[in-house]
Design a protein around this ligand. Structure first.
Ligand code: COA
Length: 225
């Protein structure tokens, strides 16, 4: 539910990067008009897909308006990624009842990935595809809730890394863990250029109000002086 998502974002607010614009929408709201290029992307889609896609574009436009980018189309590329305006990075996620879009200027981050999931147990038969026992033990939750949190974290990390690697991979490519200060990350277990084995993607994750929200941002690389 969008109200629950807004409550969770209120909790998250203090830990969200100041340069990140966040907007939400409700896939159950009457659909807003799409740009022709967006409409073409879902011309043959079923109603549920139209609703989530449309909600994503509503949230994306709302998030973009923070940078004075108004009435901007966000086409879908052939690989299904959103095509952001020049100089902008972003990410979209939806459930049946809530949608979030985040955008930022590319001078503030190289890439961003967001994922929203229900705070419910992951189906037991899925767990071994998503994570190992040692990953589950990193979290204090019951195992199937921990597995859902790791699933959500890996989906956000996958989206963030994809902008750089253009590579599709399965859940075993990333390992969930913590650094010595307890900050969570996803670690590459094999090289996926430009990422090398051992590279860590820092994770922010919030749970509550029946939801899990994961955010992965990749920092801008600065040339050595
Ligand atoms: C992309 C993917 C992660 C989407 O996750 P999901 O939980 O099904 O759906 P979400 O609502 O969270 O996200 C969907 C949005 O992600 C975005 N998206 C799609 N493909 C993407 C990609 N390769 N990279 C970044 N974002 C992508 C789109 O904006 C999409 O919404 P839209 O089509 O309405 O614009 C998933 O469908 C997928 O392709 N997975 C690949 C395999 C995988 O999951 N590997 C394990 C990860 S470690």
């Amino acid at each position: 539910m969008v109200q629950d998502l807004k409550r969770l974002l209120d909790v998250a607010r203090a830990d969200l990067p100041s340069w990140l614009s966040v907007a939400v929408s409700d896939p159950r709201d009457p659909q807003s008009p799409l740009f022709p290029v967006e409409e073409a992307a879902i011309a043959r889609a079923i109603v549920a897909r139209r609703k989530e896609f449309s909600a994503g574009r509503v949230a994306a436009r709302s998030a973009l308006s923070a940078f004075d980018l108004v009435d901007i189309a966000v086409p879908m590329a052939e690989d299904r990624t959103p095509v952001w305006p020049a100089g902008i990075i972003g990410s979209i996620t939806h459930t049946d009842t809530a949608c979030v879009a985040v955008v930022a200027r590319n001078r503030d981050a190289r890439s961003v990935g967001i994922d929203l999931e229900p705070l419910t147990p992951l189906p037991p038969e899925t767990v071994t595809q998503v994570c190992s026992l040692s990953e589950l033990q990193c979290l204090p939750d019951a195992p199937l809730i921990a597995a859902r949190r790791i699933f959500c974290a890996k989906e956000a990390a996958y989206k963030a890394q994809y902008a750089l690697s253009n590579t599709l991979f399965d859940f075993k490519m990333l390992t969930y863990g913590h650094n010595s200060r307890g900050a969570p990350h996803l670690r590459f277990d094999k090289p996926v250029p430009p990422f090398i084995r051992g590279d860590r993607l820092a994770l922010r994750q919030w749970t509550g109000f029946g939801l899990i929200l994961s955010l992965v941002t990749l920092p801008v690389l600065h040339d050595a002086l």
